[in-house]
Write a protein that binds this ligand. Structure first.
Ligand code: SAH
Ligand code: MG
Length: 205
């Protein structure tokens, strides 16, 4: 990652701390070369870290998000950002900012936005993934669905990266830990490779 790319990613809108972003970038470098996919893109911050590796490797990074925000992004919730509501529609819309982030980062040749419900997209998915990054809906149901519907597409030797994994309940919500991280390890199909903050990197055995 060039210092310019790193500075741009750090300045991009979003909540991922810089050290977790760099761990995400490192995971993309360590993964086999091939298509990558992230579930949950918001304004494109994590896509900056993954997208530079995708661009270098001339491989796509698919970014799945309905761009209407998670539960905790809605009006009245802790992580709401009022300027992200489209007044004409009365709903959140992060797609314009996502596009601007990807454009300004020079990543339009590698990053492909897929706008829709994660589970709906997953049911039509067939391409094996060198890296899957799950950072979408953090409720029990969406997290469980992301585990069930997306993780089978990680290729042998490919990486599964999960964000907002909090083993200690005092640190944050349960579903990424209980519905994705623990079941992945319990399945015997994934082993842990590394961790940074709330980011966990697993490899498909
Ligand atoms: N990875 C991003 C942050 C993602 S925030 C970053 O690093 O900046 C979570 C995102 O998941 C939100 O943008 C929300 O719109 C999306 N999301 C939540 N549930 C979803 C679902 N069921 N289908 C598609 N996208 C979903
Ligand atoms: Mg997150």
């Amino acid at each position: 990652m060039t210092p310019e790319q790193q500075a741009y990613a750090e300045a991009a809108r979003g909540f991922m701390p810089p050290e977790e972003g760099m761990a995400l970038w490192q995971a993309a470098k360590d993964a086999p070369r091939g298509p990558m996919l992230e579930v949950g893109s918001y304004c494109g911050k994590s896509a900056c870290y993954l997208g530079v590796v995708a661009l270098d490797q001339a491989t796509p990074l698919f970014c799945v998000d309905h761009h209407r925000g998670s539960e905790e992004n809605q009006v009245g919730w802790e992580w709401h950002e009022p300027d992200l509501v489209d007044p004409a529609v009365g709903k959140m819309d992060t797609l314009p900012i996502f596009r601007k982030t990807v454009h300004d980062a020079g990543l339009e040749d590698s990053v492909v936005a897929i706008v829709g419900q994660s589970s709906f997209v997953a049911r039509s998915w067939t391409t094996p993934l060198a890296l899957l990054f799950i950072d979408g809906g953090h409720g029990e149901e969406p997290a469980a669905q992301d585990f069930a519907l997306w993780t089978p597409h990680v290729q042998e030797g490919g990486l599964l990266v999960i964000h907002d994994v909090f083993p200690n309940p005092d640190d944050g919500g349960r579903p990424p830990y209980e519905q994705i991280y623990l079941p992945a390890l319990a399945s015997g199909q994934f082993e842990e490779v590394s961790s940074c903050g709330s980011l966990r990197v697993l490899r498909r055995v």
